[in-house]
Structure formats: structure tokens, C-alpha cells
Design a protein. Structure first.
Length: 462
């Protein structure tokens, strides 16, 4: 909206800057005079609170500059806006909460209201200044609202309530999810692949989380599988250079997660067409349907440690009565699987030989099918020689760092809305793209009202 005529802007500001500075000087002098009688710890806190109050007053004056105080105006489309009210509103700033008198406008009776102060200043959800919201989101992505509330109180500046900290990520997530693909594209365009990278590893996995709904595992269960994906970059000697994370709340076939991973891959190919891909996952069929069917690029690898678990299960079925006897043969065939050029073939042949000796052993038959199905995914000796990863440890770690450490704390149960709010910004934070993402979030709220260039603004007295 652009104004079409001259009006006064915030003609009733708070106390002047000079008064603020003079009051601060008086308080500092008073503190210094009491330095010999009072404890330093007490004066230290008092001085901190003194500067905090001055910062709040300055922040209040700064915000008042973004408000309009006028009976009506028209925008560039000749739409008339009428002031519906002028009243006080609380806002959370980096320095703490301030109360400001601001105007609200409507274009029609009982229509939506517009607040110039919030639109001009880009205030988040009608309460937070952009930097205050940024700090709050940064902490809430890592800690619970109750813990964050305690931290802010200890710092002695802004002190948002637990309920405000709980609402903020949910509201921001609604905005993000409504434009998710557009936002994700912005992150892709600004992400720089490490120059030394020659290999890109793609992995996905799932992790159970406590929920407030019933689905996925049965009618009496309140656990469901959230999904994690990673895009990792390696140099020529196999050194990990960086990882991007994706995490989504439980959904059918990990649809959104796969969509985001596909977007990552397309962006990488566009930016670095020379880079090689490798896809690593456990034996879950749905993972391989995606990695082999929808992601055409690169070689597929069965996570070596999952393969080792299946090998252990097969060998253990032969020594069920003497479990201590399986250690030596397990390590023998595990080394063959890892280091021999024909390792997986030797494993399959050995298990088939044992199956003939133990025809009633169903576990052996199951594991023979497992290794036969993943035969082409188990060329571990060659991959090791080429300094390529053979394990899905990165995505396993992602399940812990992104999901479990935040969503599986004592007493927690999640709905999609609240859980995704945390996972979205936590994965962005761990991907080291929080600054980029926050710049995009701010754009959603910054919708300034501008006067035409030939209009002079009249400012109230300071």
C-alpha cells in the first residue's frame, strides 16, 4: 500500500531520547556512589537491568517510527483505508516486552484490519520483532518451550512465556508449509556445494515417535514412524564435507520426504553435473522402491551394518543351543562379506550349504532370500577401495539428532502440526541454513506501507 496524501506520523511518541540518556546517566552515577557499601553482584545485576530498561525504551521509540497516525488514506490502487481504532498493544523485542499505541485500519465495515506498524516493521505474528522471533525459534528448535523460557529469564532481557514460545513455531510452520516447495527452492538456490566434493550420498530412514493419534502400527498403539533423509558430500578420500537434513512427521510412504530429497538431487545435478551419487539404505522395501525407481542417479548400497545383523541372525540360528560358539564363524563370514571381492556370493553359498544340512531352518531360508535380493547392493570390498561409504550411519545419526533428541523426551506426545514445526526448523538449523531460511520467513511478514516519493512526512515531536 502506498499513501496518496500528507498525514502526520505517530504524533504522540513516548519520552525523548535525551530524557532516556539523562535518566541512564543518573542511575549509573547512583550505582557508582553505592559501590563501597553494596555487594558487587547486586550492583552488577542492577546495572544490567538499568541498561536493559534503556534498551527497551529505545526499542519502543524505534518501533513507534513505523506506525501511522492518521484518520484515513488511499493506496496506489485508490483503495481507501479508514482508521478503525487506536489502542495499546504489547510487542516482544530483543530487549523485552514494550507497549505501544498503534493504529488499526479497515477498508470496509467489519472487514479485516491492517496494522501499519506491524506491516512496516515486519513483526512476526503480530507480537514478535523479527530478531526476537529469530532467537526464540533458534532455541525452541533445540529445547522445550519451558527450558527456553527459563534461559531467557536468566539472561534478563526478553522473557517470553512458555505458551508464546509454544505457539511461535506452529504459526511459522503454517506459513512455511503453505509455501513449502517455494521455500525449499529458495534454500536450494542459495546452497553452495563444497568445491572439494566429488561424491554425494543419499539416505533415508524412519524412527518411531510418540504421537497423540492412532495409526500406522495398530489400533492400540500411539507410536508412529517419522522419516529422516540426508544428503551428504564427500571428497576424493571419503572425508565427509557436509550434510543437509530433511525430517517429516509420519505420513504414508514418506511422500513429502521423498519429494524434498528429489528436489535436493535435481538442484545438485544442476549446480554440479559432474558429481557422482551413491544411495545407501537398510533393507526396507519402500526405501529401495524410491532409491531404485524414482532416483535414477548413482549406485545403490545396502547398509553394511544391517547386512551384518542379518548375517548374525542366520549364523545364530545354527548355534541356538551354544550361542558362544557363533562368535568365531560370525566374524569370519563378516570379514568375508566386507573384504572379499566375491563376499556376498560366498555368504549366499555358505547359507545355502547350511540350509541343505538344516532343511527345517526357516531363518536360513529367509536370510538367503534377503542376501539374494540385495546381491547387487553388497559390493563392499570395491566400495572401500574407492573410498566410498558403505554404511547409513549418517542418516541413523540424523534420526537421533533431528528427531529423537527433541521429540522423544520424557512425557512428550505429538500431533502433526506441533511436531512438524520443530522438525522443519531443526533440520534447517542442523543443515546450517537457518540464516537463509529466516530471511525467507521475514519476507512473509514484511509488507511495508510506503508514501509516494513526492510526499513529505511530518513526524511528531521527540
Amino acid at each position: 500500500m502506498t499513501l496518496s496524501h500528507v498525514t502526520a506520523k505517530n504524533s504522540n511518541p513516548s519520552i525523548s531520547t535525551t530524557e532516556i540518556v539523562n535518566a541512564l546517566q543518573n542511575q549509573i552515577n547512583n550505582i557508582n556512589q553505592r559501590s563501597k557499601q553494596a555487594l558487587f553482584s547486586e550492583l552488577e545485576l542492577e546495572l544490567h537491568q538499568c541498561f536493559a530498561e534503556v534498551e527497551r525504551q529505545c526499542m519502543k521509540k524505534l518501533l513507534e517510527n513505523y506506525d501511522w497516525d492518521m484518520p484515513h488514506f488511499k493506496d496506489t490502487h485508490n483503495q481507501r483505508y479508514f482508521r478503525s481504532s487506536r489502542n495499546n498493544k504489547r510487542y516482544m523485542t530483543l530487549a523485552g516486552e514494550v507497549t505501544i499505541e498503534r493504529s488499526l485500519y479497515r477498508t470496509e465495515r467489519n472487514g479485516p484490519t491492517y496494522c501499519p506498524l506491524e506491516l512496516n516493521g515486519g513483526l512476526i505474528e503480530g507480537f514478535w520483532t523479527p530478531q526476537a522471533a529469530r532467537q526464540a525459534m533458534h532455541l525452541v528448535s533445540q529445547l522445550t518451550p519451558e527450558e527456553v523460557e527459563t534461559i531467557f529469564k536468566e539472561f534478563g532481557l526478553m522473557s517470553p512465556s512458555k505458551s508464546s514460545l509454544d505457539r511461535l513455531p506452529k504459526k511459522l510452520s503454517e506459513q512455511w508449509e503453505s509455501k513449502r516447495l517455494e521455500m525449499q527452492q529458495c534454500l536450494e538456490e542459495q546452497y553452495k556445494i563444497p568445491a572439494e566434493a566429488v561424491l554425494c550420498g543419499i539416505s533415508l530412514d524412519g524412527v518411531l515417535i510418540p504421537t497423540r493419534y492412532t495409526r500406522v502400527i495398530g489400533s492400540d498403539s500411539r507410536w508412529a514412524e517419522a522419516s529422516c533423509g540426508t544428503v551428504s558430500f564427500f571428497d576424493g578420500v571419503g572425508q565427509l564435507l557436509g550434510t543437509r537434513y530433511v525430517a517429516r512427521m509420519p505420513e504414508h510412504k514418506k511422500k513429502s520426504l521423498k519429494q524434498q530429497l528429489s528436489l535436493h538431487i535435481a538442484s545438485i545435478q544442476e549446480q554440479r553435473p559432474d558429481i557422482e551419487f551413491i544411495k545407501i539404505a537398510d533393507g526396507a522395501r519402500d526405501n529401495w522402491t524410491f532409491l531404485e525407481g524414482e532416483v535414477r542417479q548413482g549406485e545403490c548400497v545396502l547398509d553394511f551394518y544391517h547386512a551384518s545383523e542379518h548375517l548374525h541372525k542366520a549364523i545364530a540360528s545354527l548355534y541356538s543351543k551354544n550361542s558362544h560358539c557363533l562368535i568365531k564363524p560370525f566374524h569370519k563370514y563378516r570379514d568375508i562379506l566386507l573384504n572379499h571381492p566375491e563376499g556376498v556370493n560366498k555368504i549366499i553359498n555358505h547359507l545355502k550349504y547350511q540350509a541343505k544340512k538344516h532343511p527345517k531352518n526357516k531363518i536360513l531360508k529367509t536370510e538367503i532370500t534377503y542376501f539374494s535380493r540385495h546381491k547387487k547392493h553388497c559390493d563392499y570390498a570395491r566400495l572401500k577401495n574407492e573410498n566410498k561409504p558403505i554404511g547409513s550411519g549418517i542418516v541413523e545419526s540424523a534420526c537421533k539428532q533431528v528427531v529423537q533428541m527433541r521429540l522423544k523426551r520424557s512425557g512428550q506426545h505429538w500431533l502433526d502440526k506441533g511436531g512438524q514445526a520443530i522438525l522443519t526448523f531443526r533440520s534447517i538449523l542442523l543443515s546450517k541454513q537457518f540464516d537463509t531460511a529466516w530471511n525467507e520467513v521475514k519476507k512473509l511478514y514484511h509488507k511495508p506501507i510506503e508514501m509516494p516519493s513526492n510526499i513529505v512526512k511530518f513526524i511528531g515531536k521527540n
